[in-house]
Design a protein around this ligand. Structure first.
Ligand SMILES: *[C@@H]1O[C@H](CO)[C@@H](O)[C@H](O)[C@H]1NC(C)=O
Ligand SMILES: *[C@@H]1O[C@H](CO)[C@@H](O)[C@H](O)[C@H]1NC(C)=O
Length: 384
């Protein structure tokens, strides 16, 4: 009980939403490092202005600047993290969603940003605004100490980003009127209308919709400590667990909040901290709570693993069948491989959504197809 209360209080304190515009919550002064990024605003081109097609639900609630409140029932809600490391990926993901949406003006983005991001949430907010001037969005600050004590030390040593756990707190972070959200990782692009994904039905008491993979060997996601403990491993006793990737999830936040699923996931993280029941970070607790109870949606909505293994330089090809969402989970990221001039074939599918402006110098080198050294990428390290 006391742990629950403490965390609730922490979550409430922490999740001060920063609405833009105006960006007015004076939590702390603007860090100077943010000013360093200021000149980086022109690093991204302004995205084309995507407008609703005919037949889109008309918003009942337009505010002064034409921006919508997140309680508008005509909205599709998308949650993503926003941080300086994956910024280029996040911008491309947003661009892809807007480009293929039948009603782009009805999509509302909820960005979760880390309090101590080197670029500061404020600077990231301004950058999103300048790239997508008419986007409906909010930036929320996620305080790392919400989860840092729950992340087991072995994983923390590997410098896992606490933002990976932000998806567990969406029920607390987002306005209470938001009762469904699509969570998206930052290393993916959509190639289809997000309204189709939004419209899927979560049958029965299902809380999450995601593509499932029932042929994956589930044993490997947990340690021997887990499987040899009769009490722990009984969690899968009455269900056939299937793997699902937590980078693309349709979440019923109403049922999530009612069932206190945030706490259920944290309970497994507590056990992990004491016993080490799995090796990966944020995925296994989701498998423990939801594996086997997921609404199975078409695999086209998460072609994951396209990152392959950067170390080995291995490239993955697409699985056969239609594709609505491409996901570079795995070590390799398309922007890194493209810039290094060692792209995989699938990376060319990401490129059209990239809004990052290379300096003229780099472009010239592209045109002359010379290999360039990292030193030619002026200011690049600020972003990656
Ligand atoms: C989603 O559902 C709404 C309401 O039922 C419907 O009007 C709309 O056409 C659907 N959109 C898509 C892309 O399926
Ligand atoms: C699954 O993996 C475990 C351990 O890696 C192995 O012992 C087991 O035989 C595998 N099961 C199947 C069905 O491949």
């Amino acid at each position: 009980m006391s742990v629950g209360f403490r965390l609730n209080a922490a979550v409430l304190l922490v999740l001060v939403s920063l609405v833009f515009p105006p960006f007015c919550v004076g939590i702390r002064s603007i860090p100077t490092i943010g000013d360093g990024l200021g000149s980086g605003f022109d690093r991204f081109s302004e995205a084309p202005d995507y407008r609703n097609g005919r037949g889109c639900p008309v918003s009942a609630d337009k505010r002064v600047l034409g921006l919508k409140s997140s309680c508008d029932p005509s909205l599709v809600h998308v949650a993503m993290t926003l941080d300086s490391e994956y910024l280029r990926g996040s911008i491309a993901a947003v661009h892809s969603v807007l480009k293929h949406a039948s009603c782009p003006e009805n999509v509302f983005f909820h960005f979760i940003s880390a309090e101590f991001d080197p670029a500061s949430p404020r600077v990231l907010t301004q950058l999103v605004r300048s790239t997508f001037p008419s986007l409906n969005f909010k930036v929320y600050i996620f305080r790392e100490d919400t989860v840092i004590n729950l992340i087991s030390s072995s994983i923390r040593e590997a410098l896992e980003n606490p933002l990976n756990y932000a998806r567990n707190y969406l029920g607390d972070i987002l306005d209470i009127c938001v009762d469904r959200v699509i969570y998206l990782d930052s290393d993916l692009v959509l190639a289809d209308d997000i309204h189709k994904l939004w419209n899927i039905t979560l049958t029965g008491s299902k809380i999450i919709g995601a593509p499932e993979y029932c042929h994956a060997n589930f044993t490997t996601y947990f340690t021997d400590t887990f499987w040899s403990d009769p009490v722990l491993s009984r969690v899968f006793g009455s269900r056939k667990p299937c793997y699902f990737n937590t980078g693309v999830m349709v979440m019923d936040l109403l049922k999530w909040r009612e069932g206190n699923y945030r706490k259920r996931i944290e309970n497994w993280m507590e056990i992990q901290r004491r016993k080490r029941i799995y090796d990966l970070g944020s995925l296994p607790p989701f498998l423990l709570v939801f594996g086997g109870n997921v609404e199975s949606i078409d695999h086209r909505w998460n072609q994951h693993g396209l990152g392959g293994d950067n170390v080995k330089g291995s490239c993955r090809s697409l699985h056969p069948g239609p594709v609505s969402l491409l996901h570079w989970s795995g070590k390799g990221k398309p922007w890194v491989r493209l810039d290094a001039r060692k792209p995989c074939q699938v990376d060319y599918l990401w490129e059209p959504y990239d809004l990052y402006k290379h300096s003229n110098r780099v472009k010239t080198q592209h045109q002359s197809s010379m290999a360039y050294s990292p030193s030619t990428l002026v200011g690049y390290s600020t972003y990656l």
